[in-house]
Design a protein around this ligand. Structure first.
Ligand code: ADP
Ligand code: MG
Length: 240
């Protein structure tokens, strides 16, 4: 469903991604890990066109992300993205956060958007919070709203960029539980995370990045049993 073919990207003279290739099938849960600055965020942002790239090609469900004729807003509306810092609209209620893009981008009526938004809000256990504003919620609750907001767009895949790293420890599991549930339902997911417990439980593949390259792309069990690269071994030893 997502074909990343030989992507290279530069920021000015600095090469941030070098010849990255990865293939994600429908229903795959791919965990991406690696040291800070290794290019993880940049790589997943190329998938929904948030970051342009100079070489290579990315196909999402057959649509080329970098091609001049591609309707990026439409493509993005089909790929949910969840960030470290939630990125909710602070001036909108939870309910309006859930409905805005459905109405503006998908052209749904307010009634349809409400129905769909509240269905997913219920699913993340926050139906009672619909009239609150983001600042009135805990970090874990805000992140669950962000996930519900993405799901309400009926995405074909979900991208997560360190969704729990801004959370207090006691809130991490409430967010991971939602993600585990999604994986169990067959959602295609690319997840940048250092939560190796999550990776062990639900990933089918682990991709390890270092210095802008994909150093290792292994089935989960193989990765945890014996990472092929020395750099991945050192990384695991430090974080587990
Ligand atoms: P990671 O998510 O693995 O921590 P990033 O993808 O955020 O890594 O960043 C990879 C590298 O690209 C880092 O060295 C970072 O400093 C650099 N970088 C990220 N964004 C920019 C930018 N807008 N301009 C220049 N360099 C950037
Ligand atoms: Mg990052």
């Amino acid at each position: 469903m997502i074909d990343i073919n030989n992507i290279s990207k530069w920021y000015g003279p600095f090469q941030v991604l070098t010849d990255c290739t990865a293939h994600v099938a429908r229903g795959d849960v791919m965990v991406i890990c690696g040291p800070s600055g290794s290019g993880k965020s940049t790589l997943i942002k190329t998938v929904n066109g948030l970051e342009p790239f100079q070489q290579g090609e990315i196909l999402v469900d057959g649509t080329s992300v970098g091609a001049p004729g591609t309707n990026l807003p439409q493509l993005r509306s089909r790929i949910g993205m969840v960030f470290q810092n939630f990125e909710l609209f602070p001036h909108l209620s939870v309910r309006d956060n859930l409905t805005l893009a459905q109405i503006r981008v998908l052209g749904r009526t307010r009634e349809e958007a409400n129905e769909r938004g509240l269905k997913y809000l219920d699913r993340v256990g926050l139906l009672a919070q619909q009239d609150k504003f983001p600042a009135q919620l805990s970090g874990g609750q805000q992140q669950r709203v962000a996930i519900a907001r993405a799901l309400a767009m009926d995405p074909i895949a979900m991208l997560f960029d360190e969704p729990t790293s801004a959370l207090d420890p006691e809130m991490i599991n409430e967010v991971l539980d939602v993600m585990v549930g999604l994986a169990g339902e067959g959602m295609t997911m690319l997840v940048v995370t250092h939560e190796m417990g999550f990776a062990r439980k639900v990933a089918n593949r682990v991709l390890f990045m270092d210095g802008g390259r994909i150093v290792e792309d292994s089935p989960k069990d193989a990765f945890f049993a014996a990472p092929r690269s020395e750099r991945a071994r050192e990384f695991l030893a430090r974080i587990i």
